[in-house]
Design a protein around this ligand. Structure first.
Ligand code: ADP
Length: 407
């Protein structure tokens, strides 16, 4: 999020909290702004009352100012009570949702905004604690609004709304551009790769240096073909041009099948693959092929970065709301400053550490998009010299299909 927005939201939160503390303090001290006419007030009590009243007014004004600031930076804020009644809506939120702010408080979310998607986001946030999704507003220019919702300890929910139309437009242009280039590159590259493969078959009839060079060409073109295919995959997932094919997926079975697919690769690296399922893991609603691809990418990395003789474990477990798949390795680990970057497209760890293991820098980016397209989350925990755990969690209620395309 824009740092200005973060500052504004932080200010709003801090000022809200200050106002609350002040109000509670005033109540505790028995100070009320209502004094009956004719009541005699001792001079020092009257002064204290006046001071408290003006401090209260200052706090209220500060909260109002913070509200103006949030409006100014173009962030919509909505508060919804536990019973789905809209409590507050700032001007920006009303504008983004193509409504008039006045008249919205007191109505139910559905009455106020007539948007099923928004209602779903609020429902999920009130039930699980947090939710996010995107809405396309039904107006002439059909803006895209990103909604993030959080449940408060008091049980109601805050919604933060942001217009992301321009960002999504630029992401679409980038995706189309990469998609076009990848398509153009695929045919000639496949031909070069096949020719290199054919030449490599005749290597024993060639001088050793030539055979060696042909082997190099074969390996490098293989990498290029893989990169182009992964780019095409990524742009397909990002653009949503291939919809998810949803089934009830048994993640423990998927973990076993994926480990099986990689068994030969693991054997060649001298790595032992284990699958552990903790108890009966409920099925999730998802695209089995895509989820398999995400897990394959995590597992492939875990094996690729493991030393000979090491173990890689795939753990499948479930909590109340989510199923979690974790891939644990005892490889070199990831430096702290790289942890936030590994899911970016084309990110590759520093050359000295990854020398010889190859890769396109796209595998984790693909995994992230697949998981997010299922309304899930993906993360990594790692310590240098100890190993890494890459994990993803999927909601047990089914995918949040309006996931956000990202970098
Ligand atoms: P690559 O094709 O380079 O493996 P990925 O997107 O899959 O691309 O991974 C990006 C980078 O993240 C890798 O180059 C590596 O630096 C780091 N990485 C991923 N998985 C692991 C792992 N299990 N252990 C250590 N580093 C990892």
């Amino acid at each position: 999020m824009d740092p200005v927005v973060l500052v504004a939201l932080g200010a709003l939160g801090a000022l809200g909290a200050a106002a609350l503390v002040l109000a509670v303090g005033l109540q505790r001290r028995g100070v009320s702004r209502v004094a009956s006419v004719g009541e005699r007030i001792a001079p020092d009590a009257a002064q204290a009352l006046a001071r408290a009243a003006s401090a209260e007014e200052r706090a209220a004004a500060a909260v109002r100012d913070a509200g103006v600031l949030v409006d100014l930076v173009g962030i919509g804020v909505v508060r919804v009570a536990e019973d789905f009644t809209v409590v507050t809506v700032n001007e920006t939120a009303a504008r983004l949702l193509a409504r008039r702010a006045a008249g919205l408080p007191g109505r139910s979310v559905m009455e106020a905004f007539t948007d099923h998607r928004l209602e779903e986001i609020v429902q999920t946030a009130l039930r699980t604690g947090a939710a996010a999704g995107e809405l396309t507003i039904r107006t002439t220019d059909a803006p895209t609004v990103l909604v993030r919702a959080r449940r408060t300890p008091a049980g109601d929910a805050w919604l933060v709304l942001e217009d992301v139309s321009e960002l999504r437009r630029l992401q679409r242009i980038r995706t189309e551009f990469i998609d076009n280039i990848a398509h153009e590159l695929r045919t000639p590259l496949t031909t070069v790769s096949l020719l290199a493969e054919t030449l490599a078959l005749e290597a024993d009839q060639l001088p050793p240096r030539t055979a060696e060079r042909i082997a190099k060409i074969e390996v490098e073109t293989g990498h290029l073909v893989q990169m182009v295919n992964e780019l095409l995959d990524l742009s397909k997932i990002e653009s949503g041009s291939t919809a998810l094919v949803l089934h009830d997926v048994d993640l423990a079975r998927l973990a076993n099948a994926t480990a099986e697919r990689l068994s030969l690769f693991a054997e060649r690296h001298g790595v032992r693959l284990l699958v552990e399922a903790e108890g009966a893991v409920p099925r999730v609603r998802g695209d089995e092929e895509r989820l398999g691809q995400a897990l394959l990418n995590l597992l492939h990395n875990a094996v690729k970065f493991s030393p000979v003789g090491a173990e890689v474990v795939v753990r499948v477990a479930a909590s109340e709301h989510e199923a979690v798949v974790a891939v644990v390795d005892h490889g070199p680990g990831i430096p702290r400053d790289a942890l936030s970057r590994v899911f970016e497209r084309f990110y590759k760890g520093d050359r000295a550490r990854t020398r010889g293991v190859g890769g396109t820098g796209l595998g984790l980016s693909i995994a992230r998009h697949v998981v997010e397209a299922h309304g899930g989350r993906i993360w990594v925990e790692s310590e240098e010299g100890i190993g890494s755990t890459f994990a993803f969690a999927l909601p047990l209620t089914g995918p949040d299909l309006a996931a956000t395309p990202g970098a």
